[in-house]
Design a protein around this ligand. Structure first.
Ligand code: A8S
Length: 176
């Protein structure tokens, strides 16, 4: 975990940027959780704010793929254009950045990594996964780091909880 955080979750911040790191433990095998996270073309597999998604470039399997996400109503935004920057199936790392849309998350870049859990120090477990997601984003002129982080963290926390729920449900169904 320490090595993963040092390698992938210690971004350089510009003075006008903020960001943070969130973790989620999931009672499901890593390959199953990864199968959901890696689907760049299908974020609605677990992101509950996503209403629809279509590919603008690529098919979501390689860096450079671009998706246009439409979010559900009631949010302060409708659309977001997002580019896949990195997808590593061996190290379980996915990075995407937001390149457009009608929202306030400018220069947003998110990194998600997965690891087999080793909470008790007894070695990695086959059916527990730790997900770490960190991000960097510009602080809008009329806002501040606290509010910007609170907004992004609220959404990411929802996404990670939902990822846990969906994964655990699938893991349960596979066992039955
Ligand atoms: C993600 C992370 C975030 C998504 C945000 C932070 C967003 O999709 C929502 C509301 C907004 O105002 C911005 O991994 C935006 O999806 C739910 C449309 C980008």
């Amino acid at each position: 975990t320490q090595a993963m955080v040092r390698l992938y979750h210690t971004p350089d911040f510009l003075p006008n940027q903020c960001g943070s790191l969130l973790t989620q433990t999931i009672d499901a095998p890593l390959p199953l959780v990864w199968s959901l996270v890696r689907q760049f073309a299908n974020p609605q597999a677990y992101k509950q704010f996503v209403k629809s998604c279509y590919m603008v470039a690529g098919d979501g399997s390689t860096p450079g793929s671009i998706r246009e996400v439409t979010v559900i109503s009631g949010l302060p935004a409708h659309r977001s254009r997002e580019r896949l920057e990195l997808l590593n199936d061996e190290l379980h790392v996915m990075v995407f950045s937001i390149i457009g849309g009608d929202h306030r998350l400018v220069n947003y870049r998110s990194t998600t990594t997965l690891q087999e859990d080793d909470l008790d120090g007894a070695g990695p477990s086959d059916n527990r996964t730790t997900v770490i997601e960190s991000y960097v984003v510009d602080v809008p002129q009329d806002s501040n780091k606290e509010d910007t982080n609170l907004f992004a963290e609220t959404i990411i926390r929802c996404n990670l909880r939902s990822l846990a729920k969906v994964s655990e449900k699938m893991a349960c169904a596979l066992k039955a």
